[in-house]
Design a protein around this ligand. Structure first.
Ligand SMILES: N[C@@H](CCC(=O)N[C@@H](CS)C(=O)NCC(=O)O)C(=O)O
Length: 223
């Protein structure tokens, strides 16, 4: 199969597909687009104008969840569990990961300190829910085997590595299972390889340019 992943350097949804492909050991090409100046060829294959798009043997597929399911249907090893009930449960937690991404965007776009703290509180509540569902032995979401929920949460946790470097405390205090999961995902080669080496600097520039409360704090801290 000839696979091209249409990407953006910071997009967490793109990272899901890149992680899936790495877990399957499948070679693929990456092509980056500037989402602030979307080229015509991209708009022609991305109905919502969003990354990721996976071009599979010339056929463009959009929506990260659809792309991940397609990759799991067609390439070994299978990441989804064989049992339909467990698969359905995991899909729910993948959606939950997308909801957390929306709250993260609310956090870095928060216009003032009050809104920033409100979003931080929401993140804490969300991860408390994750703590409660992580009852197994780990190291991954469903135990020993790396699965699709892990591919979703690797990019989620990556934001907090940068937030913490910038002096913003993460929402993980008192959540030991979440912390252990975060560490396990950070050490996974597929998760590490899903972004370029300059991801931290790129994300820092992006955050600094938001005109948000976080942007002002970063500007103050970095000088
Ligand atoms: N539901 C989509 C979300 C993808 C998405 O929001 N992509 C962002 C970048 S991370 C994007 O392309 N934004 C550009 C825009 O909305 O104009 C998916 O899961 O693929």
């Amino acid at each position: 199969m000839d696979l091209t992943l249409i990407s953006h350097h910071l997009c967490p949804y793109v990272q899901r597909a890149a992680i899936m492909l790495a877990e399957k050991g499948t070679p693929f090409t990456r092509r980056y687009v500037d989402l602030s100046a979307k080229p015509g060829w991209f708009l022609a294959i991305s109905p919502l104008g969003k990354t990721p798009v996976l071009v599979a043997d010339g056929e463009p597929l959009f929506e990260s969840a659809v792309i991940c399911e397609y990759l799991d249907d067609t390439l070994a090893p299978r990441l989804h569990p064989a049992d339909a009930l467990r698969r359905a449960r995991d899909r729910g937690w993948m959606e939950f990961g997308s909801a957390i991404l929306n709250t993260i965007a609310g956090f870095y776009n928060a216009p003032d300190a009050q809104a920033l703290e409100a979003r931080r509180g929401e993140l804490r509540d969300r991860f408390r829910q994750v703590e409660d569902v992580l009852a197994g032995a780990g190291p991954y979401f469903a135990g020993e085997r790396f699965g699709m929920v892990d591919a979703v949460f690797g990019p989620v946790f990556r934001y907090f590595d940068v937030f913490e470097q910038l002096g913003e405390p993460g929402p993980f205090a008192g959540l030991p299972r979440v912390q252990a999961w975060r560490l396990a995902l950070a050490g996974r080669p597929s998760v590490q390889a899903a972004v370029a080496g300059d991801y931290g600097e790129r994300l820092t520039r992006f955050l600094r340019d938001r005109g948000s409360e976080l942007s002002r704090r970063i500007a103050q801290r970095l000088g």
